[in-house]
Ligand binder design. Structure first.
Ligand SMILES: [Zn+2]
Length: 79
């Protein structure tokens, strides 16, 4: 009975460990893709005051809300 219990314990431990690793990996992927999508589409980095702001307008050079300077939006990927 003891070897069976121990093997089951090892299997359970490995299973929980694998599931935890997969969940961590999936969460990391979701966070990475979400941040990448925001940075590629909306977030503009101001080179004057070093602030980041979201701009969903179609303006070529969105205004910085902090200092009012014009900034180039990050290069968009062609879909
Ligand atoms: Zn600024």
């Amino acid at each position: 009975m003891i070897p069976i219990t121990l093997s089951w314990f090892v299997c359970l431990y490995l299973g929980v460990f694998l599931v935890g690793m997969i969940l961590l990996w999936m969460g990391y992927e979701v966070i990475r893709r979400r941040s990448e999508g925001i940075s590629n589409q909306e977030l503009v980095h101001c080179r004057i005051c070093d602030s980041r702001y979201s701009d969903i307008s179609t303006a070529e050079l969105p205004h910085c809300p902090a200092c009012g300077s014009l900034n180039e939006r990050p290069s968009r990927r062609s879909s």
